[in-house]
Each structure stands twice: as structure tokens, then as C-alpha cells.
Design a binder for this molecule. Sequence first.
Ligand code: GRF
Length: 316
Amino acid sequence: MAKAKVAVLISGRGSNMAALLYAAKAADCPYEIVLVAANDPDAAGLTLAAAEGIPTFGQSHKGLKRVEFDRIIDAQLRASGAQYVALAGYMRLLSAEFVTGWEDRMLNIHPSLLPKYKGLDTHQRAIDAGDSHAGCSVHIVTAELDDGPVLGQTPVAILPGDTQDSLAARILIAEHQLYSRTLADFVTRERHPDWLLNKVREAALALPQADEVVSHGMPCFGIEKGKKFAYFTRDHHGDGIIALLVKTTAPDEQAMLIESDPARYYRPAYFGDNWVGIRLDLGDTDWDHIADRLRASWRDIAPRKLLGLMNIADQF
Ligand code: GRF
């Protein structure tokens, strides 16, 4: 299986970036680092990454509007082929446009047990509050600072006499362990059949009067008491493939899709020419596209009355 491509954004020391980079050297690590970028061309982490043979990019944000600078970084990320972004001590607030462009693909590490102590001075705040434990969290980045869903946490005991520096140094050890492991789980979750089925289910069951049943051992989605518009196939007949089968909506569409992207689309055995298989296990599924295909397939089998309702709903 190809490794997921990850870009890391830093602002300074870059010790978390280094932890990610060295973990990625293990043969069984599911991700590789394709770019390290910083908003400071002198960031120490850039020197380390370059010495390890990783492409780097450093440019100061000074004098640029937030959105302008983010576009420059975004262009670098896209050019590197990154599929995911890991923020590692990247001391920049991000524009909404940038966050949206990497929705569900960008992680951050934060030195507190979120939701406690968002923002800065996390270590001192934990000590001042008399907490027994501080720690670190890896979370998905959303528009709100340090606020997205938490993917993993490590509590770190606060010792008598701890200063913010002594505590920060110990938490950093935990950070280095946590980030790589959490990132590895995150980039592989999209290959787990249960996760994929849930994504399909969410989109399919959002359609009017849709229901889920099992047919020929496959979870499938239809209109209540009506026809089926989608099948989820996982290693069917031992083919090793995880895919969605949906109806095509125009003559020759199956052939056209397969020709346009033969690694992704295929002719599902026993389904004929009016269905197409879309691989979900390639690691780069466009879920908006999947939702569109499900909707189109639903339309194809929906009874007239229901279709009329959908058309009215579409106008709003
Ligand atoms: C880490 O404590 C991290 O949790 C926070 O910024 C610090 C970055 O350190 N977001 P480094 O640059 O990774 O060494």
C-alpha cells in the first residue's frame, strides 16, 4: 500500500517534526514526509529536515496579509503532493480558506489535555490550577483555535516543584511519542472497511427514504420497499477490494469512467453495464464526489413522486 504523503508546518525548533520524520523511516510506517515548510526561513527545523533529504520551504509571513501568506503555503503543499498536513509548533493563526481547503486532513499537536488550556502558556496554567496531570493532545484542525476533535492524548504527571520549563520538557517527550502514532492511525483509518462503510452510510442514508439492508452478503442501500441504489463491497469473492457500486446514469458512462481512471473505476461482476464500481481503498477518495454519485444513483431508481419532492427540495 502506498504511504500517505504528509507535509509538516513548523515555526522554530521542530522537534515534533523531527519525531514524525524519524518515525517515518520505519519500513512499516504508513506515512512519509514530503515537505517541511516554515513561516521563518531561519527556523532550525528546516536545516534538520533538509539534512535528512526532505524538501523544505521557508518564507517569512511579514508584510503579507494572512490569507495571502496562507495561499503561498497552500500552493507549496499542493505542489508537494501532500495529502495531509501536520502542524508542529506552527505559530500562525490560519485563514478560514486555508482550514477549509484541508478540512479533515490537517492535524495539530497541543501541549495540554484539551479541552483544557487552549492557546498559550498551557504548562504554567496547569501548574497554577493545581492539576495533578498536564499532557498533550493531537486534534483535527478546525476554524476555531485548538478546538477540533481530539484524536489522542497523553497525560503527564505534574511533579512537586515542577516549573513550566521542566514540565514542558517532559511533555515534549510524550508529544514525540503521541504525534507519530496518532498520525499513523489517522492516515490509515481511511483504509479500514468499517470507517469507509460509515462514510458511505452517512451519505446514503441522508437521501430521502433511504434504508440499509444486507444483500448477497453486502451492505446495500435502497429506497424503503423499493430498489437498491448502492452496494458496499468489501473483499467480495476474495477480490481484496473495498468499493462502492452505484448506478450509472447515462449510456456508456461505465466505459467512460473506467477509461478516465482505470485504477479507480471498474465493471462490477454480475451487475451489468448500468452499474460502476468505485474503489474506496486508494487513500484519496473524494467524498463529495461519492455523495454526488450516490445522489445520482438514488435519482435513477427513485419513483416519480419522490423525485418530484427531491426536485422541489433542490430548489431551496
Ligand atoms: C510543542 O510543545 C507543541 O505542542 C506546540 O509547540 C511546541 C513545538 O515544539 N504546538 P517543536 O517545534 O515541535 O519542538
